[in-house]
Design a protein around this ligand. Structure first.
Ligand code: ZN
Length: 334
């Protein structure tokens, strides 16, 4: 499997919670692990985002970040993944005085440590800017993505509550990212509508869209997506939980695909959403009776849209060819 849209803090393993809480003298609360999963009856993205407070509070020093990244990569590899892009916002890890740069260096060291003994697998990092934060607070993510571009950092993102401020408030930030030739993916069209997707492509130079399910598929928009080779990072379960979509049937998978718009399937947050890419494909199989060639097609989209080098993409295509039968068997099994 491949995950291009995977948040580190939302995917901290339950065992990691316990270990890091003890180490950092933080209480997990009486209702753990319920309090790190999506709230029952969750109605909004804002409510969903409250589940990141506890994991974030545990990831405030160099060791904890490196440990969390290593653990996540090990879990992915052991579950049969071949590639992942793990994202986090360095600015959210400075509560106890760690610098944004130290947060990034720690994540890189945790990733490299985990990758040392793995073949047929790779992973990279994406640094998130946040919608609630000023340009000043966000700019280090852009600068650090540039500084560590040869060190497993492959792109920048804009995350956080989409309704807070529209994309046009972040143009200086992403003009800088563009000037530095960084890869750009942006959360849009999740809590908001089609206009925000267009805005972040036109104004923030987005190459990939996190979610984007509310894009209106009119002639003009379809042309823009296809001509600019925009890839969409769908995260179906997360969208249902934030009520961005009413059910799996409403995931516009075949609609986008029919028009030649590249769609990928991702988890968003393995712990908060209690999911992974295999579970996402299982849901979509049940709803749409996906065929094996379609699963392969969506995973190939992920490889093509990944922010990695050509040699890694070739390796991943080979691995996918070897693993697709086993993947499909897992998807259709009860
Ligand atoms: Zn996300």
């Amino acid at each position: 499997m491949i995950d291009l849209h995977l948040h580190l803090d939302g995917s901290l393993g339950l065992e990691d919670f316990k270990y890091l809480a003890e180490r950092n003298h933080v209480s997990l609360g009486d209702d753990f692990p319920k309090n790190v999963r999506v709230p029952e009856g969750c109605k909004t993205l804002e409510e969903y985002l409250t589940r990141f407070d506890l994991p974030c509070s545990l990831l405030q020093d160099e060791f904890s970040i490196a440990y969390a990244v290593t653990s996540l990569v090990n879990r992915l590899y052991n579950s049969g993944y071949i590639y992942a892009e793990i994202r986090f916002a360095p600015q959210l890890h400075t509560l106890k005085g760690m610098s944004q740069e130290d947060a990034v260096i720690s994540a890189i060291s945790g990733l490299k440590y985990a990758l040392k003994d793995k073949v047929g697998f790779d992973a990279n990092l994406i640094l998130c800017c946040m919608r609630q934060s000023s340009v000043e607070v966000n700019m280090p993510a852009i600068e650090l993505a540039d500084k560590y571009r040869m060190d497993k950092v492959v792109a920048v993102d804009l995350a956080g509550p989409e309704a807070f401020l529209t994309g046009d408030h972040y143009t200086s930030l992403f003009d800088e990212a563009k000037k530095r030739n960084l890869n750009i993916t942006i959360h849009a069209g999740e809590a908001c509508g089609s206009d925000e997707v267009i805005r972040v492509i036109d104004l923030l130079h987005a190459q990939r869209i996190g979610h984007g399910v509310h894009l209106e598929l009119n002639r003009e928009n379809i042309k823009k997506m296809v001509e600019n080779r925009i890839t969409f990072e769908f995260c179906p379960t997360s969208n249902l939980q934030t009520t961005s979509l009413p059910n799996y049937k409403a995931v516009p998978l075949r609609e986008f695909d029919r028009y030649g718009i590249a769609v990928t399937i991702n988890s968003d947050n393995m712990t908060v959403s209690d999911t992974d890419v295999l579970k996402e494909f299982k849901h979509l199989y049940k709803e749409f009776k996906l065929q094996k060639h379609e699963v392969k097609h969506f995973l190939t989209n992920s490889i093509n849209a990944s922010f990695t080098d050509l040699a890694t993409k070739t390796m991943l295509l080979n691995e996918l060819n070897k693993k697709i039968d086993a993947y499909f068997d897992l998807i259709i099994s009860e």
